[in-house]
Design a protein around this ligand. Structure first.
Ligand code: SF4
Ligand code: SF4
Length: 461
């Protein structure tokens, strides 16, 4: 805490010289940051070091280290703004942040940690030379995950690997853990694949049309959870929406922007805007929390691009999470009874980043016969956080185990959440603990109720 105390002179946590310098880069390109979207000094100054965010921060909960807390990271960013170099130690503490935004929810001073960490990460990616292994792993991740076609190519081999018994055999030998820990992590996370036909380009509303909705099919969602997309389309049509699903829409850029790859995220965003902006859609619906939170920030992401700034802001204003949209337009489709006990998990990028907590619960409570149970410590991340669990498998497993224990303690038979990453992370942790619980996306629960499928459609899969 000694370093931190040194910043407390003004009561704001930012030394007078830096405060006077404002955001224009008084330290110039020296120090940790250059002038291209450097972290904003006024946002750093908003932190009053009260510590209210500490107990909601998963890395602080795990390690109890000040520099692995939101307050500590903001202090490191302040040091960088004052001219400290971008040291390996600073980068390590920045890398360890899950970007879960629990600290944004907890902060009574309204500190925009989300913007601070995004700007900092983008500086790290441009200015910090990473080690060869880290570089190779990140290159492989970003050559694969934001490309739905490449991910879909993995479906065949993965399906054969799972169904042939090879996965179970290798799991028993623990060979992967010993020889290739990253592959072992991916192996543990991989969901059980199901075959679902690709959705058509356009699905008509049932009955009177109430809205025209463009839909993001996503990367991981379309490759590994096509049943969630299929359920989303059926619900929207049943609720009176024409659904537009152009193929080849690509990635929304969420994974890139959350990992400091801003230029790549901008390219993905431009492509998605081009694909949908002349479609005549009233809304753009998203069923993956991490994607939704980034899509709502397209206006800020492309603010410097004169050709796209206004178009990006117009696009972002139409973005809705599925639960948010269904509450906004109100239900018209009949709900059939679904007697099942559900534990609902708030995905961080839905709860913390978008403030969407009440809508999915309202929708679930609207299903006759469904009993909703709350999970202890709901604000703490499950450890998925995009690709954080692949880059940091050990702490991610510890957070996953915490979450799985809290989920199993509810006694529910079904865990429901709205993010593919959380589904994979918690499923892997439950399996590791020898527990049993079925998992589903909110869309699949509503779909089962609207279609009158009964609880076995969700719990016996
Ligand atoms: S985003 Fe999450 S992990 Fe990062 S500092 Fe905030 S609470 Fe901690
Ligand atoms: S709660 Fe907000 S003001 Fe208080 S230490 Fe955390 S980030 Fe700073």
């Amino acid at each position: 805490m000694a370093d931190l105390d040194a910043t407390r002179g003004t009561g704001s946590g930012l030394p007078d010289a830096l405060r006077a310098a404002g955001n224009a880069g008084a330290a110039g390109a020296a120090g940790a940051f250059d002038d291209h979207h450097r972290p904003r000094a006024d946002q750093v100054a908003d932190c009053v070091h009260c510590g209210f965010c500490l107990t909601t921060c998963p890395t602080y909960v795990l390690w109890g280290e000040e520099m692995d807390s939101p307050r500590g990271r903001i202090h490191l960013i302040a040091q960088g703004l004052e001219g400290e170099p971008l040291s390996t130690s600073m980068v390590t503490h920045v890398d360890r942040c899950l970007g879960c935004m629990a600290c944004v929810t907890a902060c009574p001073s309204g500190v925009r940690y989300d913007q601070l960490i995004e700007d900092t990460r983008s500086q790290v990616e441009r200015r910090h030379p990473r080690g060869a292994r880290d570089r190779a792993l990140r290159a492989a991740i970003f050559a694969l995950f934001p490309y739905p076609r490449r991910l879909r190519l993995l479906r065949g081999p993965l399906w054969a690997y799972q169904r042939s018994g090879l996965q179970a055999l290798i799991g028993r030998t623990q060979l992967l853990e010993r020889l290739a820990p990253t592959l072992a992590t991916l192996d543990a996370l991989a969901p059980r694949l199901r075959g679902v036909p690709r959705p058509p380009r356009r699905v008509a509303a049932h009955g009177d049309r109430r809205a025209v909705v463009g839909m993001l099919t996503g990367c991981v969602q379309s490759a590994f959870f096509p049943d969630v997309n299929a359920a989303t389309v059926r619900i929207l049509a049943a609720e009176g929406c024409d659904v537009l699903i152009p193929p080849g829409q690509g990635c929304c850029g969420a994974l890139s922007v959350h990992n400091g790859r801003r230029a790549e995220a901008e390219r993905f965003a431009r492509r998605l805007i081009d694909t949908f902006e002349r479609s005549g859609m009233d809304y753009f619906v998203v069923n993956a929390a991490g994607c939704g939170s980034s899509l709502k920030e397209y206006g800020a992401l492309l603010a410097d691009d004169p050709a796209y700034a206004t178009r990006a802001a117009t696009f972002a204003a139409k973005v809705r999470d599925l639960a948010e949209l269904l509450i906004e337009i109100g239900p018209v489709a009949e709900r059939h009874p679904l007697p099942v006990t559900v534990a609902y998990h708030d995905a961080c990028h839905l709860g913390h980043a978008q403030g969407i907590r009440a809508q999915p619960r309202t929708l679930l409570r609207g299903v006759p016969g469904l009993e909703l149970r709350e999970i202890a410590d709901p604000e703490i991340c499950c450890g998925s956080a995009g690709v954080w669990n692949v880059l940091n498998p050990e702490p991610a497993a510890a957070l996953g185990d915490r979450k799985a224990a809290a989920v199993l303690a509810t006694g529910a038979s079904l865990l429901v959440t709205a993010n593919p990453g959380c589904l994979m992370q918690v499923a892997a942790a439950v399996r590791r603990q020898g527990g049993e619980i079925a998992l589903a996306h909110t869309a699949q629960v509503l779909d089962a109720s609207i279609c009158g499928l009964g609880p076995a459609a969700l719990t016996d899969r």
